[in-house]
Design a protein around this ligand. Structure first.
Ligand SMILES: [Ca+2]
Length: 148
């Protein structure tokens, strides 16, 4: 009788031990799965367009988009725009424009020289990048937009 009770106790203890081991194994596996789901393999990730694989897309690589990366200017920055600061895009746009003209409501003809000439003249009279220079630049840009 005692032996039977002892065997039963051993059987229950063994079953509990096995259940505990299975539970621990399941928890360990779940933890490992969580870790693998969050793991980032920095060694094998390569950005599309990162031609030399240094982890960043530089201006001379295939992934470079000059419209959205860097200074957002495609091509060289004109000398007249090097100090343009926040107005760089507008300055580059103005620099690219040809001479144009229009007639005012009073019938007066207005001739605007090409963009480089406008910017050189603007730079002689105002400090490039200053608020006044920026305001005049935006006015020149607005004139172009109003007549094109
Ligand atoms: Ca690169």
């Amino acid at each position: 009788m005692i032996r039977r009770a002892w065997n039963r106790t051993i059987a229950v203890a063994t079953a509990l031990l096995i259940a505990a081991l299975v539970l621990l194994a399941a928890l360990a596996m779940g933890s490992a799965l969580d870790d693998s789901a969050n793991a980032v393999d920095h060694g094998s990730v390569r950005l599309t367009g990162d031609d030399n694989g240094d982890g960043q897309i530089d201006e001379d690589e295939s992934g470079w988009d000059c419209r959205t990366m860097g200074n957002h200017v495609c091509g060289p920055v004109p000398a007249e725009c090097r100090e343009a600061g926040d107005e760089l895009k507008t300055c580059v746009a103005v620099a690219s424009r040809p001479a144009f003209g229009w007639t005012t409501a009073d019938g007066d003809p207005i001739d605007m020289p090409d963009g480089h000439t406008v910017l050189r003249t603007l730079g002689q009279n105002q400090v490039p990048g200053s608020p006044r220079w920026a305001s005049l630049l935006r006015n020149v840009d607005a004139q172009w937009r109003a007549h094109h």
